[in-house]
Design a protein around this ligand. Structure first.
Ligand SMILES: Cc1cc2nc3c(=O)[nH]c(=O)nc-3n(C[C@H](O)[C@H](O)[C@H](O)COP(=O)(O)OP(=O)(O)OC[C@H]3O[C@@H](n4cnc5c(N)ncnc54)[C@H](O)[C@@H]3O)c2cc1C
Length: 656
C-alpha cells in the first residue's frame, strides 16, 4: 500500500494513497438494497449447516444477528462477557425506536427518515447505508410486534408514537421508558429458541480478547473464560462483532459500567480500520455529576423533551434561588428562543452545546453551576399529573431516587453527558470491516449516524443490522467458503494469538505497582472529557495526546493487579479493558485534531459561525477517517473514504 506523510498540527502521520471503497451497489438510491438482495450470492440450506459463525455480543445487534443467522441454518456460537445475554447494555435504552411507518399521517416517509438522519448527522454518513436503514425500519416494528414486544398503543389500538430530537414528525415507537428492555426480551426469546434447538451455542462469561486471522481472513477468536481465567480458542468461517460502543473511555458516561472497547480495539490491532473515532455523542439530558468519586451517570431520556421545557434564569443573580421562586418572565427558555422551528426538540449536539453555553455564561443552576432546568409544570397543568406519570413515570421515579427531588413539584436539573459513540469499526455496505470475513454491527460499527446520532435511531440501527442486513450480506462472503471445511483451532495462527494474549496478561501482573486500573481509568476520562468532550481545540488535543502517552507509560510501570489469572478476577478484566481504552483515547484525540472543522458532536472551537454554531468544511472533510493500526498506538495510518452526496444537498444545518 502506497503511503505519504502528512502533518497534523505538528504530528507526523502517514496517509494511504488509495481511497477506501464502500462497495455500495450501483443504481438509484431507492433500488440499491433491493438490487443487492436480488443478486447477492446465496448459500444453500445444506451448505449453511456446514458453516460456522461467531457472534460476539448479545445486545440488540448481537442477539438479533445470532438468532437470525441460526434460524437461517448456520451454526452460530454467541459470546457475552455477561452472565446472561439479557444483561447487555441495550437493556438500558429508555425512550424508543424510530421507524418510518407514518402511522400518524404527519408527513413521514422512508425518504424523510433518510433525510433527517443524514442532516442530523451533519452530512458525515454514507447515503446508501442510511437509505437502507430507513427502508428496513418499518420491518423491525412488524418483527418486534410479532415477537410480542408490548409497544405503547393509543386509544384506537394502533401503536403510539412520540417525537425525538431533530425531526418534525412522530415516528418513535416506545414501551414506556423501557423500550430497550422490551426489545431485548424479544430478541433474547428468538435467541433462546435457537439455543434450545441446538443451532446456536451460548458462551456467557466469556470475553473476546483477540481476533484470529488465517490467510488474511477472520477465522476465530481467543476468549478468556471469566470464571476460570483460562484462555480458550474458537474458530468459525466468519466473525461478527456486535460489542457495543466505547463511551466509557470517558470514565463517566451513561453507558453500563462494563461497556468497553476491547473487542473492537483488538480487532483494530489485527487490521480492522477504526472509523471516525472522535465522533462521540454528548446527551443533553442527564443527571448532573454530584461528586469527585462518582463512577456512573444517569440518562434522563430524550423523550422527556416532548413535554419538558428547558430553561435557565435570565439573570445570573437568580441562579441560587429555588426554581419555583423564579418568575415566568425571568426564565430564559433558550432552546425555544434560539431554535423556534424545533424548540426543545433540537438534535442532541445542538441542545448540549446550548446548555454548556448557558452554564459558561454563569447562568447554570445547582451547587456546581453545571445544570439547566427541565420543567414539566406546563405539561402537568395542561395534561394532568396522571398523564405525565403514565408517559414518564419510571423516569421520574428514577430521578427522584437519585436526587431526592420530586420532578412533579419542581423542575429536573440536567446537564450533558457522554452517551453514545458514532465512531467504531469501519464497515463497507455489507457491514464487513477491512478484514475479510470480519463484520461489525450495532454501536460497534462506525454506523449510519455521521457526526451526530438522532434519538431513537441506535435501536433501529442495531436491529436493522442484526435482523435484516447481516443475514443477507454475510452470505456474500460465506458463499466462497462452502468447500473450506471446518476451521481447526490447532494451527500456528491460533497458537500465536493465545501466546500474545497470555503475554499481555503476564505483563500486567508483572508490573506489581501501586495504582489500580480504576484510578488510571478515572484519570484518562478526565483528560478525554476536558479536551475531547463537548468542545475541542487543537491546542487542547495536542496536550491531551501528550498526557495520554505519559499515562500509558505510567500504567505499564505502576499498575497493580491483585489476585491471579486462574480465578474470578474482575480487577484483571478491568486492567485489560483500561489498557485498550488508553490506546483508543489517543486515537480519538488524534482524529479530532486531524478534523479541522466542526460537525455534529465534534465541535472545534476554532471552527464556528458568528452565532456559535458548528462550521463544517465540506471541501476538505466530507470523508470518513478510517484509521489503520500502524504497529504502535501512536503511529496510526489514515485511510479516507470520500462521502458522495448524490441525493441530498449539503447545506448548513438549521433548526431555527
Ligand atoms: C441509558 C441509555 C439509554 C438509551 N436509550 C436509547 C433509546 O431510547 N433509543 C435508542 O435508539 N438508543 C438508545 N440508547 C443507545 C442504545 O441503547 C445502544 O446504542 C444500543 O443498545 C447498543 O446495542 P448493541 O447491541 O450495539 O450493544 P450492547 O447492547 O452494548 O451489547 C454489547 C454486547 O457485547 C458484549 N461484549 C462486548 N465486548 C465483548 C467482548 N470483548 N467479549 C464478549 N462479549 C462482549 C456484551 O456482553 C453485550 O452482550 C441508549 C443508551 C443509553 C446509555
Amino acid at each position: 500500500m502506497a503511503l505519504h506523510d502528512i502533518d497534523v498540527h505538528g504530528l507526523k502521520i502517514q496517509q494511504s494513497d488509495e481511497p477506501l471503497q464502500s462497495k455500495s451497489p450501483e443504481g438509484v438510491l431507492e433500488n440499491k438494497w433491493e438490487a443487492y438482495k436480488s443478486h447477492v450470492p446465496l448459500v444453500s440450506p445444506a451448505n449453511k449447516m456446514r458453516l460456522d459463525i461467531i457472534v460476539v455480543g448479545t445486545g440488540l445487534a448481537g442477539a438479533s444477528a445470532a438468532a437470525s443467522l441460526s434460524e437461517l441454518g448456520y451454526n452460530v456460537k454467541v459470546f457475552t462477557f455477561h452472565d446472561s445475554p439479557r444483561r447487555a447494555h441495550s437493556i438500558a435504552a429508555q425512550g424508543g425506536i424510530n421507524a418510518a411507518k407514518n402511522y400518524r399521517n404527519d408527513g413521514d416517509s422512508v425518504y424523510r427518515l433518510f433525510y433527517d438522519t443524514i442532516k442530523g448527522g451533519d452530512y458525515r454518513s454514507r447515503e446508501p447505508n442510511v437509505y437502507r436503514l430507513a427502508e428496513v425500519s418499518t420491518h423491525i416494528i412488524d418483527q418486534c410486534v410479532a415477537q410480542g414486544v408490548p409497544f405503547a398503543r393509543e386509544y384506537s389500538g394502533l401503536l403510539d408514537n412520540r417525537s425525538f430530537g431533530g425531526v418534525q414528525v412522530s415516528r418513535t415507537f416506545y414501551a414506556r421508558g423501557q423500550t430497550g428492555q422490551q426489545l431485548l426480551i424479544g430478541a433474547y426469546q428468538s435467541l433462546s429458541r435457537q439455543i434450545k434447538v441446538g443451532s446456536c451455542t451460548l458462551y456467557n462469561r466469556h470475553e473476546m480478547i483477540d481476533l484470529v486471522k488465517v490467510d488474511g481472513k477472520a477465522r476465530g477468536i481467543i476468549a478468556r473464560n471469566l470464571v476460570t481465567g483460562k484462555l480458550e480458542k474458537f474458530s468459525a468461517h466468519a466473525v461478527v462483532l456486535a460489542t457495543g460502543g466505547y463511551g466509557n473511555v470517558f470514565y463517566l458516561s451513561t453507558n453500563a459500567m462494563h461497556c468497553n472497547a476491547t473487542a473492537a480495539w483488538r480487532a483494530h490491532r489485527r487490521g480492522a480500520y477504526f472509523g471516525n473515532p472522535c465522533f462521540t455523542q454528548i446527551h443533553p439530558t442527564c443527571i448532573p455529576v454530584s461528586g469527585e468519586y462518582q463512577s456512573k451517570l444517569t440518562l434522563m431520556s430524550e423523550s422527556l423533551r416532548n413535554d419538558g421545557r428547558v430553561w435557565v434564569p435570565k439573570n445570573k443573580a437568580d441562579v441560587a434561588k429555588h426554581p419555583n421562586d423564579i418568575k415566568e418572565e425571568d426564565r430564559d427558555y433558550y432552546l425555544e428562543r434560539v431554535y423556534p422551528a424545533f424548540g426543545n426538540l433540537v438534535p442532541r449536539d445542538v441542545a448540549s452545546r446550548a446548555a454548556k453555553n448557558a452554564c459558561d455564561d454563569g447562568r447554570g443552576v445547582g451547587k456546581s453551576g453545571l445544570a439547566v432546568y427541565l420543567d414539566f409544570s406546563a405539561a402537568i397543568k395542561k395534561l394532568g399529573e396522571d398523564k405525565v406519570r403514565e408517559r414518564y413515570g419510571n423516569l421520574f421515579d428514577m430521578y427522584q431516587k437519585i436526587t431526592d427531588e420530586n420532578p412533579y413539584k419542581q423542575p429536573m436539573r440536567i446537564y450533558p453527558a457522554v452517551h453514545y459513540t458514532m465512531g467504531g469499526l469501519w464497515v463497507d455496505y455489507e457491514l464487513q470491516t477491512s478484514v475479510p470475513n470480519l463484520f461489525a454491527a450495532g454501536e460497534a460499527n462506525f454506523s449510519d449516524h455521521g457526526a451526530n446520532r438522532l434519538g431513537a435511531s441506535a435501536l433501529m440501527q442495531g436491529l436493522a443490522d442484526g435482523y435484516f442486513v447481516l443475514p443477507y450480506t454475510i452470505g456474500s462472503s460465506l458463499a466462497k467458503d462452502i468447500r473450506t471445511g471446518k476451521i481447526s483451532t490447532e494451527t500456528p495462527e491460533f497458537d500465536e494469538a493465545v501466546k500474545v494474549s497470555q503475554e499481555r496478561i503476564d505483563k500486567l501482573f508483572a508490573i506489581k505497582g501501586n495504582q489500580s486500573a480504576e484510578s488510571f481509568h478515572r484519570r484518562l476520562g478526565k483528560i478525554m472529557w476536558e479536551n475531547c468532550g463537548m468542545s475541542r481545540t487543537a491546542e487542547g488535543l495536542k496536550g491531551a495526546i501528550e498526557e495520554i502517552r505519559a499515562l500509558r507509560a505510567e500504567f505499564y510501570s505502576d499498575l497493580f493487579v491483585p489476585g491471579t489469572q486462574f480465578e474470578y478476577n474482575p480487577e484483571l478484566d478491568k486492567a485489560m479493558r483500561v489498557a485498550d481504552f488508553i490506546e483508543l483515547g489517543e486515537l480519538m484525540c488524534l482524529d479530532a485534531l486531524n478534523r479541522d472543522e466542526s460537525c455534529g458532536g465534534h465541535f472545534r472551537e476554532e471552527f464556528q459561525t458568528s452565532d456559535g454554531e458548528a462550521l463544517r468544511d465540506d471541501d476538505d472533510f466530507a470523508y470518513v477517517a478510517a484509521w489503520q493500526f500502524g504497529g504502535d498506538p501512536s503511529t496510526p495510518i489514515l485511510n479516507k473514504e470520500q462521502l458522495v452526496f448524490d441525493n441530498v444537498k449539503l447545506t448548513t444545518r438549521s433548526y431555527a
